[in-house]
Design a protein around this ligand. Structure first.
Ligand SMILES: [Zn+2]
Length: 238
């Protein structure tokens, strides 16, 4: 632990209250500090902070998973002072249900350590929630909030995931082949031509099925994304 202590110091920050600053050059990919505190359930965290002012953006809670929250307000260490940034030089890593702050780029001495809090939005957020968790990290691409995702957006344009797309492609290819077979058959006899008509119809059907598969894929993905957003995982909590 002594080596990791020597990597940083806690002092006043221009971003927010206290901050953590590199005291020497930190290489990319360095595990800098573990996020410590009392491990409690979400329910217990709710109970502890339910009386908190709605306009108070201070949080010492870190979500480990759907069962556990680390409350750095109790037995917390310096990790709780690492501020949020929209252009961070660190990230939080959940490993074996423990949380670590690690550098994602080389950090020069004197630089403040930051990571993206990615505080999750909830369905019952008040309208001023972005102001409560406003970000003043000062970077050109600052998204203006510590919440994630940035804003509730209307449903994204449908995209087809690769695996489903492949399946759709294959079906389309089969349809193509069927069409080619059809063309060949037409060249033969009338009788064969009628059979070819049937094949063409089948091909058309396959094409439509492929299209439908593609559409279904798009829907599946956006649903998956919504689920991810809802799951309580790896981020700061309020
Ligand atoms: Zn920002």
């Amino acid at each position: 632990m002594t080596t990791s202590y020597a990597l940083y110091e806690v002092r006043r920050s221009n971003v927010h209250g206290l901050g953590v600053f590199a005291t020497r050059r930190i290489a990319k990919g360095t595990r800098i500090v573990e996020y410590l505190g009392e491990r409690v359930s979400h329910k217990e965290a709710d109970r502890r902070y339910e009386s908190k002012d709605e306009n108070d953006s201070h949080t010492f809670l870190f979500i480990v998973d759907s069962r556990t929250v680390i409350d750095a307000g109790v037995d917390g260490n310096d990790a709780r002072y690492v501020n949020h940034s929209c252009d961070p030089n660190c990230e939080s890593v959940v490993e074996g249900r423990r949380v670590y702050i690690e550098s994602i780029r080389a950090i020069e001495p004197g630089t403040e350590l930051t990571y993206d809090y990615q505080i999750q939005r909830e369905d019952d957020d008040p309208p001023n929630i972005d102001e409560v968790f406003a970000c003043r990290c000062g970077f050109a691409q600052c998204r203006g909030t510590m919440l994630w995702p940035t804003q509730r957006k209307p449903a994204r344009k449908k995209t087809t995931p690769r695996r489903k797309q492949k399946r759709a492609d294959k079906t389309a290819q089969r349809a193509d082949k069927a069409t080619r077979r059809t063309v060949k058959a037409t060249r033969r006899t009338d009788k064969a031509g009628r059979r070819a008509d049937k094949a063409a119809k089948r091909a058309e059907g396959a094409g439509k099925r492929a299209e439908r598969a593609g559409q279904k894929g798009g829907r599946g993905r956006s649903e998956a994304r919504r689920r991810t957003a809802r799951s309580k995982r790896g981020g700061r909590r309020r």
